[in-house]
Design a protein around this ligand. Structure first.
Ligand SMILES: Cc1cc2nc3c(=O)[nH]c(=O)nc-3n(C[C@H](O)[C@H](O)[C@H](O)COP(=O)(O)O)c2cc1C
Length: 397
């Protein structure tokens, strides 16, 4: 039976967490409750033990419940972590990575999707720090069941009421389904810049940080796909379950893409491959006095164009970094290179694009359908892109 961890904190709406537990159980899930110390002042852990058949975990340092390091072991087992209700306090702690009790420590160890259902008085809900904390968590990939407007426990009407139990459970189930949505598929992702060497120490490159490609690879992995990530040099750490192939030059990247192309259902080319390389690469380091002032360049192979000619039923996704006429130029590139999808962004923006945590893109389909994402973290954008890729793969099969 799949295990869901339900985090309970000390909101007045805590009594509804019992119904959340019951509904997940009715749908066939095993539930483990973790609760804050303050929540245990509202409702005794004994009630949750009676509902779930297992002690509710409150104290990180309590011995005797299990022979394992409980929060890590539970993180390995859980298919979903739902915090319902979530207080402003717990949201703030999660947003900052504070891990000073079982619930928040479990969050930092969690490997599953995380869903938060906030519940609080309207002024607390709209308080700028709370809003900023929720934004930070969203940027980190945490999903929210937005609080509703209505009658609040403080006796007023307003925003901040816990979402309905049905809504929380159905969004939770959707997140679980998402972890399987690319099962059996192979996704090939490229990322990072390439380096084109003049000699053994000097090279031509670009500003790509690799962030987008690494986020895409991780998102495909979270959805259950087999993932191959081919990347130029970056400071990013690949997901341990992704097959990572580090390369340096455009030629090496092209070679690896060709090697893994056949086995892939979709190829997402987020790498910023250099358009040019030095016509000649010197062995060793050229002495300064011998450095030529004019250097001959030649074009690198256009990997995206090449896979566009061999794609058959595979889904091919390209990126277009534009400075003007973004939509028009991106659509031309999509047609010219025979792609299914192109992700276009305006690289003249200071706070988005290269080397930034954020981006603001248009996801453009071959059909002409355009989805503007607005400014979002690259993690959130990778989810939007993967949603589209998933639909395209489904449609082809
Ligand atoms: C009667 C009562 C109701 C409360 N309701 C809420 C609430 O709905 N949402 C919230 O964020 N905080 C609420 N609080 C405040 C939290 O309990 C308080 O911030 C606490 O420190 C949070 O602890 P925890 O997040 O570790 O559970 C309430 C407090 C009391 C005494």
């Amino acid at each position: 039976m799949s295990k869901i961890v339900i985090g309970v904190s000390s909101s007045i709406s805590i009594y509804k967490s019992c119904e959340v537990i019951r509904l997940f159980q009715e749908k066939g899930y095993e539930v483990q409750v973790v609760m804050t110390e303050n929540a245990s002042r509202f409702i005794s852990p004994v009630l949750f033990k009676a509902l779930t058949g297992k002690p509710a975990l409150v104290d990180l340092f309590k011995e005797g419940i299990s022979e394992h390091i409980q929060h890590v072991h539970l993180a390995d087992e859980a298919v979903l972590f739902v915090v319902a209700p979530a207080t402003a306090n717990v949201i703030a702690k999660m947003a900052s990575g504070i891990s000073d009790d079982f619930l928040t420590t479990f969050y930092t160890a969690a490997a599953s999707p995380v869903l938060i259902a906030p519940a609080m008085n309207e002024r607390m809900y709209l308080c700028r720090s709370n809003q900023a904390n929720m934004e930070r968590l969203k940027a980190a990939g945490v999903r929210f069941v937005e609080a509703e407007q209505g009658y609040l426990a403080c006796g007023k009407q307003g925003y901040g009421r816990l979402a309905s139990v049905r809504e929380i459970v159905s969004q939770g189930e959707l997140l679980i389904q998402k972890t399987q949505s690319l099962k059996g598929r192979t996704i090939l992702v490229t990322g990072g810049p390439t380096r084109e060497y003049l000699d053994s120490v000097r090279f031509l490159t670009n500003r790509s940080s690799g962030k987008m490609g690494f986020e895409l690879a991780e998102e495909a992995k979270r959805r259950g796909a087999k993932v191959v990530l081919i990347s130029g040099p970056t400071h990013m750490i690949p997901h341990p379950e992704v097959q990572f192939i580090p390369v340096e030059t455009a030629d090496q990247m092209g070679e690896q893409v060709m090697k893994h192309f056949e086995q892939s259902d979709a190829v997402i080319m987020a790498a910023a491959v250099c358009d040019y390389k030095f016509s000649k690469k010197a062995a060793g380091k050229i002495k300064k006095k011998n450095l030529p002032l004019e250097i001959q360049l030649s074009r690198t192979e256009d990997i995206l164009e090449k896979i566009g000619t061999m794609k058959k039923d595979k889904i091919c996704v390209g990126f277009a970094a534009e400075v003007e006429d973004i939509e028009k130029n991106a659509k031309n590139k999509l047609t010219r290179k025979n792609l299914d999808l192109i992700v276009a962004n305006d690289i003249s923006g200071k706070e988005t694009g290269f080397e930034s945590e954020f981006n603001d893109v248009f996801i453009i389909h071959r059909s002409g359908k355009i989805l503007p994402t607005g400014k979002k973290s690259k993690l959130e954008i990778s989810k939007d892109i993967m949603d589209e890729v998933e639909v395209l793969i489904e449609r082809k099969n």
